[in-house]
Design a protein around this ligand. Structure first.
Ligand code: ATP
Length: 270
């Protein structure tokens, strides 16, 4: 049996309400939602709908979440794949798999294709890479470029890609009509961290009056993914002590745990 090429979700429930902070990025992708919902409104005036947008930013800042929210808001199917899984799994057949992916998305259009870690496929051609053969990866990249160029103006498939290494990407990807829109998704500031806590505290039974300003101040440098982790850890810690709700100290202990984990990870990486 064939390894799974991509994931397809048709009834995406994620919406902009699930994405805290990132006001600028949300504004920019709102336009993509509008294109998907009412393409005629734009093409009637002779405009060409963009085919791709690149989300650039550090890990865990909500790039995948934001792309999924675009699909949820526009009520279109969400095809997603990871660039690094892709080059590892489809040695020798990458290009034909890219063709399959676009064919399926076009059949179900309007649709979003989301490519996480696009740098694994889209590294500048002719430079060394360490996973598999370069020719193979270049074939896959070339096919991706061909597919994006080949969309008619009214196929209404928009490709959103994410990377934390925009600097290594092949410039051909950024050319007009491809990923010509770049949207920055940064680590949250203190006000955004508070909002992210509020999103992830929704399902949690917490002490009354738990101070989210305080939690935001205790977590400088944390990404949205780290904060989601803190909230979950805090609930597990409180449960272990048989508590009926999650309190400030549980969050502080969870923060310590996550900080410990991050330090370990950084040590391994450097
Ligand atoms: P990577 O580069 O590692 O793929 P990413 O930027 O795509 O990371 P996501 O996978 O979207 O990050 O984030 C992981 C999880 O962290 C999300 O599913 C969500 O629970 C939480 N999260 C991250 N950013 C936010 C945010 N801005 N608002 C709410 N939750 C967030």
């Amino acid at each position: 049996s064939k390894a799974k090429l991509f994931d397809e979700k048709t009834d995406v429930k994620t919406s902009f309400k699930d994405v805290a902070g990132l006001e600028g990025a949300k504004e920019e992708v709102q336009e993509i939602v509008d294109f998907l919902k009412q393409p005629e409104k734009y093409t009637a005036l002779g405009g060409k709908i963009p085919k791709g947008a690149l989300l650039v930013g550090p890990p865990g800042t909500g790039k995948t979440l934001l792309a999924k929210a675009v699909a949820g808001e526009a009520k279109v199917p969400f095809f997603s794949l990871s660039g690094s899984d892709f080059v590892e799994m489809f040695v020798g057949v990458g290009a034909s798999r890219v063709r399959d992916l676009f064919k399926q998305a076009k059949d179900k259009s309007p649709a979003i294709i989301f490519i996480d870690e696009i740098d694994a496929i889209g590294r500048a051609r002719g430079k060394n890479n360490f996973s598999g053969s370069n020719d193979e990866r270049e074939n896959t990249l070339n096919q991706l470029l061909t597919e994006m160029d080949g969309f008619g103006t009214n196929t209404n498939v928009i490709v959103i890609a994410a990377t934390n290494r925009a600097d290594v990407l092949d410039k051909a990807l950024m050319r007009a009509g491809r990923f010509d829109r770049q949207i920055y998704v940064d680590l949250p500031d203190v006000r955004e961290r508070k909002e992210i806590f509020e999103v992830h505290l929704r399902p949690i039974k917490k002490d009354e009056g738990l101070d989210t300003d305080f939690l935001a101040k205790q977590t400088p440098g944390f990404s949205g993914a780290d904060i989601a982790n803190v909230c979950n850890e805090a609930a597990l810690i409180a449960a272990r002590f048989g508590k009926k709700s999650v309190g400030k100290q549980d969050f502080l202990d969870a923060v310590d745990r996550i900080v410990g984990g991050l330090e370990k990870k950084n040590k391994i990486m450097t």
